[in-house]
Design a protein around this ligand. Structure first.
Ligand code: GLV
Ligand code: MN
Ligand code: MN
Length: 412
């Protein structure tokens, strides 16, 4: 079987690890994620890598090289709800295929494949949970956060056999990590529209995530006159319309309310309390921060006009991250060497590379996905494009190796 076929077959096998019957959902520290991690760990060992888990439960497979520093390749193995099978796993499995291809080749650095345990942040609302650990950006206060069932993050970590007390030990230093490169489906339509297999990422948009609560008063839906109601869902609806309008008003801005809970939650009870998620992104930090401030002020104003209270819990705010010019040049040169055009693309989606940039230069390769569809079960990739991604990643590693070793010719 070709390497690309193996990668796709493994993506199919991982898609079978799900917490929901009939659809793919694999969130942090669940038995489904454990099952996926076991599979990936087995494939890493088959590829000759030594595996280890860090205190959060991220999985790393490593082969030693001529130096102590490691070049890391990887992505995440968790998913959104009702997910496609390539967002995350494709990057891990292409990295693994590349390590397999380079088996037996001397490299002047260690090669490490990372399978991060949580990038999507579905269970605890915090994106990049996995890569925040090696990046040294894990905030210990997050351990007290609870999921929808009231389980704290600390307990969830413990329950799947990891060690919340020693999270800080998972931190890696710039001296240990030479660079981090991630292959990922584009999750947008540009490559498909231009009929190109891969593209090189220039940077990753910043994002803010918040939980916004509207508190009014529950009451009888049949007897409470309209003018005395303090309906939390009606207030949230007005605010959600404002979220959309503010984002439509600014070219680079996207803003989403993707989760909503209304309590107590019965057709004949006026909603007394509503919790809404908010996700705001922009390629530049200033416009994103200004938009978040506007939306916060709107929430307060809309609530006050209806006699309600609001609470604003900012869960996460990450700055826009540029990819490393040097690594990106090396990646683009690898694409050209492989006989393809190397278009530059900005990423609106978040990626573990955004965290890893704290400790190392990062680069990303996007792979065409049909119609740009992602965060949806219809995600799909072509075997030929996966083949290109493996080839390019291998050439990229070889270029970095040659640049570290002056006796070899190729330069960055
Ligand atoms: C992850 O896919 C994100 O961009 O939210
Ligand atoms: Mn995703
Ligand atoms: Mn992803």
């Amino acid at each position: 079987m070709s390497d690309a076929r193996t990668v796709l077959e493994r993506c199919d096998l991982l898609a079978g690890c799900s917490e929901d019957p009939g659809r793919l959902t694999r969130t942090f520290a669940t038995p489904a994620l454990d099952e996926a991690r076991e599979l990936v760990g087995g494939w890493m060992r088959e590829a000759g890598l030594d595996t280890r888990r860090d205190p959060l439960g991220n999985l790393f497979g490593r082969r030693p090289g001529g130096g102590e520093r490691a070049l890391m390749l990887g992505s995440h193995i968790d998913t959104v709800r009702d997910a496609g099978r390539y967002d995350g796993p494709l990057g891990v499995l292409v990295a693994l295929a590349c390590a397999e291809r380079l088996r037996g080749t001397d490299l002047p650095f260690a090669l490490e494949v990372a399978a991060f345990a949580d990038e999507e942040g579905v269970r605890y609302g915090t994106g990049y949970l996995g890569s925040s650990v090696p990046a040294g950006r894990f905030d210990e206060a997050w351990l007290e956060r609870v999921d929808a069932d009231g389980t704290t993050l600390a307990d969830a970590i413990r329950a799947w056999g990891a060690r919340p007390e020693t999270i800080a030990d998972g931190r890696r230093t710039p001296e240990e990590v030479l660079g981090y490169a991630e292959v990922h489906i584009e999750q947008g339509p540009v490559l498909d529209d231009r009929d190109l297999p891969v593209g090189v990422v220039t940077g990753i948009a910043g994002q803010t995530r918040a939980r916004v609560t509207f508190t009014g008063r529950a009451g009888h839906a049949g007897t409470t006159p309209m003018e005395v109601r303090r309906d939390a869902l009606a207030a949230a609806a007005e605010w959600i319309a404002a979220v959309e309008a503010v984002a439509r008003d600014d070219d680079g801005l996207v803003a989403t309310v993707g989760e909503l809970t209304a309590e107590p939650g019965a057709p004949n009870v006026i909603p007394g309390r509503v919790t809404a998620s908010l996700d705001v992104r922009h390629p530049e930090d200033g416009p994103r921060e200004r938009a978040v401030a506007v939306l916060r002020e709107r929430a307060v104003r809309i609530a006050a006009a209806r006699g309600l209270q609001t609470a604003w819990d900012e869960l996460q705010s990450t700055a826009a991250v540029p990819c490393s010019p040097e690594l990106t040049e090396a990646l683009a040169a690898a694409v050209t060497d492989a006989g393809h055009e190397a278009p530059r693309l900005a990423s609106g989606a978040g990626h573990d590379a955004a965290m890893m940039a704290t400790i190392a230069p990062v680069a990303m390769l996007f792979v065409r996905c049909a119609g740009g569809v992602s965060h949806h079960p219809d995600e799909s990739v072509r075997p030929g494009d996966v083949d290109v991604a493996i080839d390019v990643t291998t050439r990229f590693v070889e270029r970095l190796a040659a640049a570290q070793n002056p006796s070899r010719k190729t330069s960055l």
